[in-house]
Design a protein around this ligand. Structure first.
Ligand code: HPA
Ligand code: ZN
Length: 324
């Protein structure tokens, strides 16, 4: 489903993309060869054939497994450069990119390798596309591990703009990470968290009240709680919605069943994003094209969604104004 040229021309920000989720099957093979990492698959097609997910965990299993090929600073730089090139071609003028340091440090890759590699790509990106990095804590690891990760990142604070919370959601409520988010905010970092993807509306509330986040990643299950919807509307808390991801991970049977139109009708500050584009069938422009074609979101609304993404970004107001 190629992103239409018209849609690619709309200036937009991408606020919810996991850099490890942009690792295309071809790059898995290239990096495996470069780093002599054995793979359990014989071909790109065989790997891609495994991308049939039933829920978040079935995706995470293969997402973490594929990361074994990422070993050097150059690998992380190549990964982020490839994403930034693709995103720029789909009209992304600014990206706030998640990365999962614990998924690398726990297999022996130093955090400095990850951050320095990603930062090199961000620095070298085409001048019309800016990018920032958001360090995500894995919520299925302990709060102590999150705190150790934040400490390990302290020498690199000038290379990251914020922290987030991702990985398996149900059974891992945001409130467990209150202390590390408080510490991150004290260090001057912005905060976001995945909540209400598979987890209940209560997790969205905890992310707001306990973690004090500026944005909610996904948040689609907030619709089950009218009081929470009212709050999200009044406070205009941005939701970084990922339509193709939600369908691929079984949240909806197909895109036509997605509740994006309801989120918009409720007056919420919604943005459109790709999440893990190498796994879910498309980059951010493809997500825009899909909601236009399969959810009948009119063109004027696409412009509004793109404008929302710039407003919901952590860009200084001056640069936001230049992009709008
Ligand atoms: N949800 C939670 N954690 C993740 C995701 C996601 O969609 N992608 C990568 N890590
Ligand atoms: Zn995500």
């Amino acid at each position: 489903m190629p992103s239409e040229p018209g849609i690619s021309r709309i200036p937009k920000a991408e606020l919810h993309v996991h850099i490890e989720g942009t690792l295309e099957p071809e790059m898995v093979f290239d990096l495996a060869a470069r780093n002599q990492v054995p793979l359990a698959y014989d071909s790109v097609d065989e790997l891609r054939a495994r991308y049939r997910f039933t829920d978040l965990q079935s995706f995470l299993d293969i997402y973490y497994a594929n990361m074994a090929v990422l070993r050097t600073e150059r690998d992380f730089a190549d990964l982020a450069s490839a994403y930034l090139t693709r995103a720029a071609a789909q009209g992304v003028r600014h990206a706030e990119i998640f990365f999962d340091p614990q998924a690398h440090t726990r297999r022996g890759v130093p955090i400095a390798t990850v951050i320095n590699g990603l930062s090199a790509a961000v620095r070298d990106a085409a001048p019309e596309t800016s990018a920032e990095l958001i360090l995500c804590f894995l919520r299925d690891e302990s709060a102590e591990s999150a705190m150790e990760t934040l400490r390990a990142a302290e020498p690199h604070l000038d290379q990251i703009i914020g922290v987030g919370l991702d990985s398996a959601e149900v059974g891992y409520p945001p409130a467990g990470f209150t202390e590390v988010f408080r510490q991150a905010a004290k260090l001057g970092l912005r905060t976001v968290a995945h909540a209400g993807e598979e987890g209940p509306p209560e997790y969205v509330r905890q992310a707001l009240d306990e973690l004090g986040v500026h944005r909610i990643d996904h948040g689609i299950r907030a619709l089950e709680d009218a009081e929470l919807v009212r709050r999200l509307r009044i406070e205009q808390i941005p939701l970084t919605v990922c339509p193709l991801s939600n369908v691929r991970l079984g949240g909806f049977p197909d895109l036509a069943a997605h509740t994006l139109p309801r989120l918009l009708d409720e007056g919420l500050l919604v943005t459109i994003n790709s999440d893990d584009p190498a796994y879910f069938g498309g980059y951010v422009g493809d997500n825009f094209a899909a909601i236009h074609e399969q959810l009948a979101i009119p063109e004027a609304r696409l412009y509004e969604l793109a404008t929302n993404s710039i407003r919901a970004s952590f860009l200084p107001h001056e640069r936001q104004r230049r992009l709008l």
